[in-house]
Design a protein around this ligand. Structure first.
Ligand code: 13P
Length: 299
């Protein structure tokens, strides 16, 4: 029996659903019941009927699923699949930063730990960040942990944002040279980059969008060739969903080692051993959930 068939049987026996982020390995995306961006995955985790969610992504995503569905078992197949960006805003760096600006509301990117979500006013993802920032009734807002997404929001919204200096190591790997080469070698291609990219990269693109937005543009645009500035798993998702068009990465370095930790073997093991089952410390559950629920109310 193939590993895929074993997983399908185990999934059925366990009343489980497999959710996978757009950056997951091709074979993990293929076995998933639902593939999406961070916002879509949160909504799916909240709405699904199954008692067990196997979350193929990184820790903060599985934690968000558990916050939204505390009665469900949420399994993270690879316990070491973390997010360096989320970890930059830890208890100590947060306290130092927050204490300098106690008077302003705090908006936190969903790429953050559950401890930080419990201390924030509202969360956002890249898909809804503009809407969320505009919904906050203050001219000055603290935003973290991603300084790149934050600087993009600063440009898009009429607000003064005070940014925490965190960043996604993978999106920092795109160089201006990559962008200029992409444009020169493929003048007909539409270039889409993630808002986690630095400003000089965003400024050389045609669209700055999250992964869900990239798929929408690929489906609806008249263009046939797209150059992608985000983690390489997204190119697989786009090619699979829109097989008649052509997708190329702007750089061959766009590989997130954490997103790629999850394999078919680890999905099978998670289903067999029911590990790692995410537990949210009760101290954080209610407050962290409020910051996510506020976001979902606005979307
Ligand atoms: P999306 O919300 O666009 O899927 O991005 C998630 C992420 O972690 C980007 O690095």
């Amino acid at each position: 029996m193939s590993l895929q068939d074993e997983i399908r049987i185990l999934k059925k026996e366990s009343d489980a659903i497999i959710l996978a982020h757009n950056y997951q390995r091709a074979e993990v995306q293929d076995i998933a019941d639902f593939v999406g961006d961070s916002l879509e995955l949160s909504l799916k985790a909240k709405e699904c009927k199954e008692g067990v969610i196997v979350f193929c992504g990184v820790r903060f995503m599985a934690e968000t699923a558990k916050l939204l569905s505390p009665q469900k078992t949420v399994l993270l197949p690879e316990p070491n699949a973390g997010c360096p960006l989320a970890d930059m805003l830890n208890e100590e760096s947060f306290t130092n930063w927050r204490n300098q600006f106690p008077q302003y509301p705090l908006v936190t990117y969903i790429n953050s730990t559950v401890e930080i979500k419990a201390k924030t006013n509202i969360c956002c993802t890249s898909a809804n960040a503009v809407k969320i920032i505009n919904s906050v009734e203050a001219d000055t807002i603290l935003f973290g942990p991603d300084r790149c997404l934050g600087s993009w929001l600063q440009e898009k919204c009429q607000k003064n944002l005070i940014l925490f200096p965190g960043y996604c190591p993978t999106h920092q790997l795109i160089t201006s040279e990559d962008m200029l080469m992409a444009r020169a070698n493929h003048p007909d291609a539409v270039i889409m980059v993630h808002p986690e990219c630095p400003k000089e990269i965003r400024d050389l693109s045609d669209f700055v969008v999250g992964t869900g937005g990239m798929l929408q543009i690929a489906k609806t645009s008249q263009a046939n060739h797209f150059m992608i500035g985000t983690e390489e798993g997204m190119a697989y998702r786009l090619q699979k969903e829109v097989p008649t068009k052509h997708f190329t990465l702007v750089s061959h370095r766009l590989y997130c080692p954490n997103m790629k930790k999850t394999t078919l073997e680890s999905v099978k093991r998670a289903l067999l051993e029911k590990q790692e089952s995410i537990v949210i410390p009760s101290l954080y559950q209610d407050k962290a959930l409020i910051s996510i629920e506020r976001m979902l109310a606005i979307r």
